[in-house]
Design a binder for this molecule. Structure first.
Ligand SMILES: [Zn+2]
Length: 525
């Protein structure tokens, strides 16, 4: 095997950037450093993120090159959402990675051993993470103490001069990383520059949720991130590392603006249910773990053994649920703005199962469909089936010639699904939904308003009045930019479409490593 000239890789995630907006700013000449990276490497304007388009799990999928699934048995990761409920605990585990309890530190453990991070896949050399919390296998991590993290968190969220702070936080990322290259012995046991570096710019997400993506500050921040990336490139060149380093730039998800923030205050009364709350000791029978434009509903079935355990309800039970014996598949559509519903069959296993889909098209009129899956990991296949809807399907693929060929009732691989749907709304959804529902930590019923109304709920509680979010399947939310550049050894080419799990195998290939065989993504080279 000929040795590749790329000896180091840097994986940079800029939080909350739409592909279309990013490349538009490049075309206008506003991101000169990203432009130069793009022109001298591989890039794609059409990289499909995970379901749901939420910070975690999408970043975990990027860094592990795999998706979620049944993490107990499959090669996959265990993070279905940023807010989820673990039913294998009594009382159930309530997870919120954004909480001030710093549960973000639990993510490396929650991911499970069915996956490896990019750093774990590289056996030798120093590995570092600057502000990236998905970092199992690193030798150095900044912020290295929890107290520093709390300081950063407070700084970003509460400091009066936001412009100064975002500049400071962006600068720290690159400054610290260059320090790792400049003085390795200060951070590592050996005097060797890091072979693998993970970095995360989170300022873009903070600003997007606060002001939206057309706001001046949001755009200005992207210009600033371009500038600090310029400093990184310059620093690597001065130190003599640029020629043997591959730098990947991507985002975890895009974004959208809702028309209105909805109100769910009456929902419990209407359904006759109460939201479980672990601190207030409310022993509820429902938990809305998160609801932006996508709502994730967990239901507690009847207690047959008298214990407080949240088992998995059957479809029959959800059809006459709770003290009012309501049919949740009808009643949940009464939540304002609800257009789509997804739910799983209780008898599903990690090897085989069915996901049911409903789209509301009139007052009492629905398009129904289902996805069936078989197989595990990268061998999983799906088929997407109509249910007598005048040839219309839930995701609207029927309108598109290329995608409609995929709707032939046969089983297809993830690559075939990507090929058929990468250019549409709900890209790769049939495959991604099955993987999501395989995770035992997934919800029972998922709703979508398609972003018209958002609720900003976390574990039953409304958290903000922001109109800006990023969870839905529309392209503005689901398509992210990708550039892999740096060393002249990297080919110059545009990739028409790809998926976020292709980034890790591409970087490993550049590094000359063949340890990517079990992951779902494939090399773009
Ligand atoms: Zn994010």
């Amino acid at each position: 095997m000929t040795k590749s000239k790329v000896n180091r890789i840097i994986l940079c995630i800029i939080d909350d950037v739409r592909a279309s907006q990013f490349f538009h700013l490049i075309n206008k000449g506003l991101l000169p450093n990203f432009k130069s990276l793009m022109e001298n490497g591989i890039y794609s304007k059409n990289c499909v993120t995970d379901f749901p388009a939420i910070t975690y799990p999408t970043q975990v999928s990027i860094i592990t090159g795999t998706y979620t699934g049944d993490y107990r048995t499959e090669q996959c990761h265990g993070i279905p959402l940023s807010n989820w409920m673990g039913r294998d605990y009594n009382p159930p585990l309530i997870r919120n990675y954004g909480s001030t309890k710093l549960e973000i530190y639990k993510m490396n453990e929650d991911m499970g051993r069915g996956c490896q991070t990019l750093c774990e896949m590289i056996p030798e050399g120093n590995k570092t993470s600057i502000t990236q919390f998905i970092n199992r296998g690193v030798d150095y991590f900044f912020p290295n103490r929890k107290i520093k993290l709390i300081f950063y968190y407070l700084l970003i969220n509460y400091h009066k001069n936001i412009k100064t702070i975002i500049k400071y936080v962006n600068n720290v990322v690159v400054h610290k990383l260059l320090e790792n290259f400049r003085r390795p012995t200060k951070f590592f046991e050996t005097n060797e520059a890091p072979i693998c570096s993970l970095i995360w710019f989170l300022t873009s997400d903070v600003l997007m949720h606060r002001y939206g993506n057309s706001n001046f500050l949001y755009k200005l921040n992207l210009l600033h991130i371009d500038r600090v990336i310029g400093k990184l490139i310059e620093g690597l060149r001065e130190l003599g590392y640029l020629e043997d380093t591959a730098i990947a730039i991507t985002a975890d998800h895009g974004n959208y603006k809702a028309n209105r923030v909805g109100n769910l205050d009456n929902i419990n009364k209407i359904l006759g249910l109460s939201n479980y709350h672990y601190r207030r000791n409310i022993n509820g029978n429902m938990n809305i773990s998160e609801f932006g434009g996508l709502g994730f509903f967990y239901f507690k079935p009847k207690n047959l053994d008298g214990k407080n355990s949240w088992n998995y309800p059957s479809i029959e039970e959800l059809q006459k649920f709770g003290p009012k014996k309501i049919n949740l598949f009808d009643k949940l559509f009464k939540i304002e703005g609800t257009k789509l519903m997804y739910y799983k069959d209780k008898s599903n296993t990690y090897q085989k199962g069915r996901i049911f889909l409903k789209r509301k098209v009139g007052k009492e009129d629905y398009i129904n469909g289902r996805i069936e899956y078989r197989g595990i990991g990268k061998e999983m296949q799906t088929r997407y089936i109509f249910e007598n809807n005048n040839k219309k399907d839930v995701f609207g693929y029927y309108k598109n010639n290329r995608a409609s060929k995929y709707l032939n009732g046969r089983f297809h691989s993830i690559e075939e699904c990507l090929e058929a749907t990468n250019h549409l709304d709900f890209p790769l959804y049939p495959d991604l939904l099955c993987r999501h529902f395989k995770n035992p930590r997934s919800a029972d019923i998922i709703l979508s308003t398609e972003g018209v109304i958002i609720y900003n709920i976390q574990h039953g509680i409304r958290k903000s009045n922001s109109l800006y979010s990023h969870d839905i399947g529309a392209r503005k939310s689901s398509i992210v930019p990708l550039i892999i550049s740096g060393s002249n050894e990297i080919p110059k080419k545009e990739i028409a479409f790809c998926k976020i799990t292709d980034i890790v195998p591409t970087l490993l290939k550049l590094l000359g490593s063949n340890s990517a065989e079990n992951i779902i993504g494939k090399s773009l080279i």
